[in-house]
Ligand binder design. Structure first.
Ligand code: NAD
Ligand code: TYD
Length: 341
């Protein structure tokens, strides 16, 4: 099995590459990544010499690079994306261009490469369902919840999601879609709430909590998400959507208190700041379909142990996040890339 993974130099992608190399000795994986601000080859430095791994610098919007790489693949896992809601509020253009148009360019290239009958996994997000009210905790997103995205990020991911579904109906393409809740774990870009808060505290800075802090997210460890994607790749039914979640809902305030407690800080380190525009109130996933049909359930997301080990990773790896936070990582990965070409 030769997988072409898009976005493999990012947070989830780099963890996915390592999981595949570790758990599937007979698989090869090619990582196609444009190395935007959140792509970092340093995430993969421990496996970069593995002969089953290949890196190709390329953009999912570039048909030329896709036509060169895809014909040799048995499957595509598509997770390259602009991924941060706050950035999409500041400038939605790159989100529509990569997340929606990039998915269309990739789907067409996969068909040209003879991939119509071969597996194509689209890594979507639970944010395509929009926001749930806090008042009805029994309601969760199921795969048949109507899509109702509310941020430019989630709208652009929904565009990709709908196109993938359309290629199943129109061409009978062998697609499967995953919709996962919020991930945490090592190598997450420190613009997302957990690495931002942990690294701020290490630096002695306060943590900026949006609004009243009551917004709820369902937290899943990245290794669980990657294992679920691999399960869907291997066993999922074409044309189906699988929700992935940790059954682990926490308000942002609860999450912040847990981080403060783990790191030995008090309430005074919280800085309440203006709310995010259009801030989705609650995400909650019903992941019973993937459990019942494919036998997958989370095993590495136990709370607070998984949060503690994640905090420890950032405490133990200051060189990684200091470079990333300061912007020097760009010169690091550009240097790495130049040395390969
Ligand atoms: P990330 O921002 O850490 O990584 C994104 C990667 O995509 C980077 O390596 C970047 O260089 C690459 N990329 C961006 N634009 C590209 C382009 N045009 N061509 C090629 N590569 C490009 O994001 P992440 O958190 O690892 O998320 C990965 C995927 O998982 C995304 O599709 C996201 O929507 C989805 N997802 C994320 C979460 C989460 O909690 N992080 C939850 C559910 C779904
Ligand atoms: P984030 O990690 O950006 O993920 P998403 O918006 O995709 O869920 O944010 C998680 C939650 O944390 C979200 O409700 C917004 C909140 N948040 C803050 O309170 N402060 C921050 O500085 C950030 C980045 C997020």
């Amino acid at each position: 099995m030769h997988i072409v993974l898009t976005g493999g130099a990012g947070f989830i992608g780099s963890n996915f590459v390592k999981l595949v190399l570790r758990d599937r000795p007979d698989y090869r994986i090619t990582n196609l990544d444009a190395l935007t601000y959140s792509g970092n080859l340093e995430n993969l430095s421990d496996i970069e010499h593995d002969e089953r791994y290949t890196f190709v610098k390329g953009d999912v919007r570039d048909p030329k690079v896709l036509d060169a790489v895809l014909p040799d693949a048995d499957a595509v896992v598509h997770m390259a994306a602009e991924s941060h809601v706050d950035r999409s509020i500041m400038d939605s253009g790159p989100f529509v261009d990569t997340n929606t148009r990039g998915t269309q360019v990739l789907l067409d290239a996969w068909r040209r490469a003879g991939g119509n009958e071969k597996r194509f996994v689209y890594v979507s997000t639970d944010e395509v369902y929009g926001s749930l009210p806090l008042e009805n905790p029994e309601i969760k997103f199921t795969e048949s919840t109507p899509l109702d995205p509310s941020s430019p990020y989630s709208a652009s991911k929904t565009g990709g999601d709908l196109l993938v579904n359309a290629y199943f109906h129109t061409f009978g393409m062998n697609v499967v879609t995953t919709r996962c809740s919020n991930n945490f774990g090592p190598y997450q870009f420190p613009e997302k709430v957990i690495p931002l808060f942990v690294t701020n505290l290490i630096e002695g800075k306060k943590v900026p909590l949006y609004g009243d802090g009551k917004n709820v997210r369902d937290w899943l460890h990245v290794d669980d998400h990657c294992e679920a994607i691999l399960t869907v790749l291997e066993k999922g039914t074409a044309g189906q959507v699988y929700n992935i979640g940790g059954n682990n809902e926490r308000s942002n305030l609860e999450l912040t208190h847990s981080i403060l407690e783990i790191m030995g800080f008090g309430e005074e380190m919280i800085q309440y700041v203006e709310d995010r525009l259009g801030h989705d109130r609650r995400y909650a996933i019903d992941a019973s379909k993937i459990k019942n049909e494919l036998g997958w359930g989370p095993s590495r997301s136990a709370w607070p142990a998984a949060l503690e080990s994640t905090v420890k990773w950032y405490v133990d790896n200051p060189q990684w996040w200091q470079r990333v936070k300061s912007g020097e990582y760009q010169s690091y990965y550009e240097k790495q890339y130049r040395s390969r070409t």
